[in-house]
Design a protein around this ligand. Structure first.
Ligand code: SF4
Length: 351
């Protein structure tokens, strides 16, 4: 499969053709990606025909929301694994939310992915192919009122990227070193797999780090985010602080607002303490309904007063708008109902 070969190993796919074919193929895959091998116009027809069935996934469904500014794709790998990506256009940027695993084993209570379990890790090529697909889509079709260039990639789709570290690392390497993306435009989001944060700290790339905190004391956090029992808040904050100091990159904190659970004044004060220590920006996101939970989103006035409390403590806060709600493309809400016998997968942009 073209993307399942490292960019350095493409000669195997080209076979006996002239040496420059490898550079041409690499360019079609990574520099000016196309939606299908048939669009690689300067490659001979027989090579294009050989490449077409080697695509790492097919697009099973495409859904549109927000007046065309949001696209959600359900990708299906040849082995049946399903995963999703969401492309969101804004006036000055276009952000792609990608998956690092099909499903997720970490079981956060508010997240559709966590509720439906783990299918498998994604290969580096399957991760980077989501980015290539979005780039090709933007070049060909664009999104209304947005640039035609992909400006940001966030690992906030299905799966915990730090639980699939080596493959995620290789995907990031290709995005930066082969596709030419800036490290800063790539955000890795984690619910707190501390060894992964520590490994990322040692990498040469200053990618952005987002910590999905959701609760600011261990008792509540262990209930919402079970991995917290293994890596409690102090350890997580220490690893994130080291990341910030070593990379000089501001860390962001993601916080899903759940009615009567983590939206209290007490949590706001505790969160302010963590945010100060990390010098972090806080993003508040209203909970989106998921199939197996009765939890509800905090009401808008509650979210506003929570944000105000944080601001009064000197914390930078953004209340994030929810994209793609009507196509189950919003944070923590996305899920996939398989039509090919692989059960149900799920995707969350919360993790
Ligand atoms: S929030 Fe992230 S880590 Fe938690 S279950 Fe969902 S995808 Fe997995």
């Amino acid at each position: 499969m073209p993307y399942l070969h490292a960019p350095e190993d493409l000669a195997e796919l080209v076979g006996d053709g002239p040496a420059y074919r490898v550079a041409q193929l690499r360019s079609w895959l990574y520099e000016t990606p196309v939606l299908q091998a048939g669009d690689m116009t300067n490659l001979p027809k027989d090579l294009r025909e050989r490449l077409e069935p080697l695509w790492p996934f097919e697009v099973e469904t495409e859904q549109t929301a927000d007046g065309g500014a949001t696209k959600k794709w359900l990708f299906r790998a040849p082995d049946g694994a399903a995963f999703e990506a969401v492309l969101m256009g804004y006036p000055r940027r276009v952000t792609l939310c990608i998956s690092s695993q099909a499903g997720c084993a970490l079981g956060c209570t508010f997240c559709a992915t966590g509720q439906f379990g783990f299918e498998r890790h994604l290969q580096a090529g399957e991760i980077v192919a989501q980015v290539a697909y979005a780039r090709a889509y933007l070049r060909k079709h664009g999104l209304p009122g947005s640039p035609t260039r992909l400006t940001n990639v966030v690992f906030m789709g299905m799966g915990e990227p730090m639980a699939n570290y080596d493959r995620v690392r290789e995907a990031i390497r290709r995005m930066i070193e082969v596709m030419g993306m800036s490290a800063r435009s790539i955000t890795v989001s984690t619910v707190g797999v501390v060894p992964g944060i520590r490994r990322l700290t040692e990498e040469k790339w200053p990618v952005s780090l987002a910590v999905s905190l959701h609760a600011a004391d261990d008792e509540l956090r262990s209930r919402l985010v079970p991995i917290n029992k293994r890596y409690p808040i102090d350890e997580l904050v220490d690893a994130a602080r080291t990341y910030f100091e070593r990379k000089g990159r501001r860390v962001s904190i993601e916080w899903t607002m759940i009615d009567g659970v983590n939206d209290t004044d007490d949590q706001a004060f505790k969160l302010a303490g963590v945010a100060h220590h990390l010098k972090a920006h806080v993003n508040l996101i209203a909970l989106n309904p998921t199939p197996l939970s009765t939890d509800r989103a905090s009401a808008e006035p509650r979210i506003e007063s929570f944000a105000r409390l944080l601001r009064e403590q000197g914390v930078n806060v953004t209340v994030r708008d929810t994209r793609g709600k009507d196509i189950d493309a919003a944070c923590g809400q996305l899920r996939i109902k398989s039509t090919r016998g692989k059960g149900i997968g799920a995707l969350s942009t919360a993790g």
